[in-house]
Write a protein that binds this ligand. Structure first.
Ligand code: HMG
Length: 302
């Protein structure tokens, strides 16, 4: 198959990237980060989550962050909602898309959202119905599609099973997530192949953490299958609170650099994106996790 000529990137830095941050990050900094991402040309930004503040304290300011946004036309702002309580709170802030998040691994589902896969689907079904009634788009994140921190390797059949459940409750598009970044290209392709039993390629996105340094290779492997929606995190921010040792998503800057170098359009201004990554890295007091950003910043410094 020929490669897509255009890729849509969803920056998950403000949510996936910051959710595990131990130091408090002020809402104003999160808002500024979103503004800088949209100024760099991102058309989809995962802003926050409406989860229990006892479970994920960093996202407790969801309302303040959403209310503080200066929304740019044509940008889709998404938020995570694990249950109706979360959805109802999110509704006040009018996200463009809500994300229900399930797992291909039973153990991860229990640790992350405190219920089985079957129970999670029951909860999501009412969230999806409520979102559709309110005219809000619905995405489904599928965690641990390659490996699980508690169960080890995950078979593609389990990914197909979860994708079928997501489809059955009306989830419009799904993310194939390698939550702990253990996957290698053929494994990621097998997870995508399994998802294709229920979703067409235009409704599948890749979400690859870079724990083992495989995320760019996995992105290329997914591109070769025709996937053209990817999640990435500016400055490579992140990690999941329920996946110990997992690092952030692939850095958005690294993906943009690779895609532009391959002649694939993203609509993103790499220099402005590097600035956004430099901003949040400075706020967090550590260097960017993006190799491309570090190289370009060093070059700029002469
Ligand atoms: C899902 C729950 C809430 C279930 O948690 P639970 O304890 O089973 O829920 P519950 O219904 O029994 O309620 C317990 C308490 O939580 C409150 N509560 C209940 N729901 C909400 C809500 N929506 N917002 C705020 N508060 C809520 C509820 O009101 C009650 O409060 P209390 O009476 O004790 O004061 C919990 O397990 C939770 O919040 N988990 C956090 C999950 C999370 O955010 N994980 C990280 C994101 S997922 C991820 O990173 C993977 C992904 C998407 O990035 C893709 C990838 O890389 O794989």
């Amino acid at each position: 198959m020929s490669l897509p000529s255009h890729v849509r990137l969803i920056d998950v830095g403000p949510r996936d990237g910051l959710q595990n941050e131990k130091q408090p990050v002020p809402a104003a900094v999160k808002i500024e980060l979103v503004h800088r991402l949209q100024a760099a040309g991102l058309k989809e930004i995962e802003v926050t989550s409406y989860v229990s503040p006892k479970w994920v304290p960093q996202m407790a300011d969801n309302h303040e962050v959403m209310q503080g946004l200066r929304r740019a036309p044509g940008v889709r702002y998404s938020v995570l909602t694990p249950n109706l309580k979360g959805f109802e709170a999110a509704l006040r802030d009018r996200p463009d898309e809500i994300v229900v998040f399930g797992a291909a691994s039973e153990a991860f589902s229990q640790k992350n959202i405190n219920c089985s896969i079957a129970e999670s689907i029951e909860r999501f079904a009412s969230v999806v119905a409520a979102a559709k009634a309110a005219g809000i788009a619905v995405r489904g994140a599928m965690s641990c599609t390659v490996g699980c921190p508690y169960e080890g390797a995950i078979a593609p059949e389990r990914v197909a099973y979860l994708a079928g459940l997501m489809k059955g409750i009306g989830v419009e598009r799904v993310d194939v997530a390698d939550t702990i970044g253990v996957g290698t290209p053929r494994q990621v392709q097998a997870a995508i192949e399994a998802t294709l039993a229920h979703y067409d390629i235009d409704h599948i996105s890749g979400h690859f953490h870079d724990t083992y340094g495989q995320a760019l290779a996995n992105t290329l492997a997914a591109l070769q299958m025709g996937v053209w929606n990817f999640q990435a995190s500016v400055a490579g921010l992140g990690g999941c609170p329920y996946a110990k040792g997992a690092t952030g998503n692939v850095a958005t800057e690294d993906v943009v650099y690779m895609l532009h170098g391959m002649g694939i359009e993203t609509g993103i201004d790499l220099d402005a994106l590097v600035d956004a990554g430099a901003y949040i890295s400075e706020q967090l007091g550590r260097p960017s996790g993006s190799r491309v950003a570090r190289a370009l910043l060093a070059k700029r410094a002469g």
